[in-house]
Design a binder for this molecule. Structure first.
Ligand SMILES: Cc1cc2nc3c(=O)[nH]c(=O)nc-3n(C[C@H](O)[C@H](O)[C@H](O)COP(=O)(O)OP(=O)(O)OC[C@H]3O[C@@H](n4cnc5c(N)ncnc54)[C@H](O)[C@@H]3O)c2cc1C
Length: 435
């Protein structure tokens, strides 16, 4: 019997270590260095952050998303889920464990599609956590539909010239290099006409025009940038993969990344449920604790009944990736991507409500949960587009049938049942004729 929800005792010990380490050592960084996760380390932060990263390395837990060939542990997706759901509790934890987005996805495509020279140039710094990277795809005129992209890369000798503007390129302000999606062949569908390029941050013609911040972010955070590529000249070695492979590469990058976000979202939501539960037991109003009010109990129960199926869905998608591969898990990954946003929004909202006015302030990390859910409904593609894709994948499993005689119609089933067993029974009960 292969279904098994248990964790090997050895691995459970590692998870116990991670839980305690994140709670005791990492969560304090949130208030010591708020919003500094993606800033290059200054001496002060390095004094604290480097030894913490070393402890993670010493435990054999650095970059748990990577296979052994890239210096990771080769844990696979299920174990990664169990780790990431703990790391999701704190914005600093993915940095301390070397598994932060968008660098994880960027490292994965470099590892998969990069030449040895490209890997030597960019991958090592990324994997060691010393540099950050940026994925630059969305454009000011739209992100959900790549057919609106106009950024072009045109051949120039044996190299390329990139021209265009990108919008919401996260961490552009601190990235050492950019993975840029540009149209190389406008005469074919974008799925075959886009390519990806590795562009160093100091390339001539690359300008970070503006940084946008999510509400509540601090001004020093790198945020999400408008980036101008003004005739950026790159060599032939800047092309990642083959010309026209851009869409394939970005799909590869986004698929794993979407599930990583979902894994971490379990931890974010779990922390909010814990906060909501403690508050419900601590706060008294109108003669009893909030925890004694049925409407608040409903908040707790509803949150649990959303969080647990979401967690199981993510673990199941991860298990599919481990057992049959990422391609076979596409439907489940899409479902998890949709659920992550939904679960964070509804649990975040309830947690705020139970905390009353305090819940709406920057003194508690709860509005971030709600906003995180809103952002996850857009980042890596909007929920609506994912729903459309999910529905298409699901509908492929079904054939059309006679609209007047659907296969589950009683008369159709009776006829089929009679055809199968009719001669073995003396009388087949039938409904009286309809009036
Ligand atoms: C926190 C955050 C980080 C991000 N980081 C990056 C990054 O690092 N790099 C990058 O390139 N991009 C990034 N993005 C951008 C993100 O990929 C886009 O926001 C997303 O693809 C949607 O594009 P858009 O915002 O232009 O919305 P639009 O394309 O204008 O779509 C707007 C809305 O239209 C609706 N819609 C779209 N398609 C459909 C459809 N098929 N059916 C029904 N309704 C639909 C949806 O409601 C959608 O939200 C980030 C976004 C966020 C919020």
């Amino acid at each position: 019997m292969a279904w098994d929800f248990s964790t090997e005792p050895e691995f459970e010990k590692k998870l116990d270590w991670i839980r305690e380490f994140v709670r005791e050592e990492v969560e304090p960084l949130e208030v010591l260095f708020p919003g500094c996760e993606f800033l290059p380390l200054n001496d002060e932060r390095r004094r604290i952050v480097d030894p913490l990263k070393q402890q993670v390395r010493d435990q054999g837990l650095w970059a748990p998303h990577l296979g052994a060939e890239l210096g990771g542990q080769g844990f696979g997706a299920v174990k990664l889920t169990l780790i990431n759901e703990i790391l999701g509790r704190s914005p600093w934890a993915p940095i301390i464990f070397g598994t932060q987005a968008p660098d994880t996805g960027n490292a994965e495509v470099l590892a998969r599609f990069g030449t040895q020279e490209q890997k030597d140039r960019y991958l090592q710094g990324l994997l060691s956590g010393e540099i950050f990277s940026c994925f630059s795809m969305t454009e000011p005129q739209g992100g959900a539909d790549p057919r609106v992209f106009t950024t072009r890369a045109v051949r120039d000798g044996d190299g390329w010239v990139i021209t265009g503007r990108k919008f919401f390129s996260s961490n552009a302000a601190v990235a050492s290099f950019f993975i840029v999606v540009a149209i190389t062949n406008p005469d074919v569908a974008v799925h075959h006409g886009a390519s990806t390029f590795l562009v160093p941050a100091d390339a001539e013609g690359l300008t970070v025009e503006a940084n946008h911040h999510l509400v509540g972010a601090l001004p020093h955070e790198p945020g999400h940038s408008v980036v101008r590529y003004d005739g950026v000249r790159v060599g032939p070695d800047a092309l990642l993969g083959e010309p026209g492979q851009g869409f394939l590469i970005l799909q590869t990058r986004l698929a794993g990344g979407r599930l990583h976000h979902a894994m971490r979202s379990i931890g974010v939501a779990h922390r909010a449920v814990e906060m909501m539960s403690r508050r419900a037991k601590s706060r008294f109003t109108q003669g009893s604790a909030l925890a004694d009010k049925q409407l608040v109990q409903q908040f707790i129960a509803d949150s649990y009944t959303e969080l647990m199926p979401f967690r199981l869905a993510v673990l199941h998608a991860a298990w599919l990736i481990d057992t049959v591969g990422e391609h076979a898990a596409r439907t489940e990954i899409a479902a998890c991507k949709i659920l992550a946003s939904q679960v964070l929004k509804s649990i975040g909202l309830r947690a705020i409500q139970v905390h009353g006015a305090l819940g709406t302030t920057d003194q508690l990390p709860l509005v971030n949960v709600l906003l995180g859910g809103v952002a996850l409904g857009l980042a890596d593609g909007p929920t609506e587009a994912h729903k459309v894709n999910l529905a298409k994948m699901l509908l492929k499993n079904y054939d059309a049938e006679d609209p007047e005689l659907p296969s589950e119609l009683l008369s159709v089933r009776q006829e089929a049942a009679r055809a199968k067993y009719g001669d073995l029974v003396t009388s087949v009960p039938s409904l009286p004729d309809s009036p």
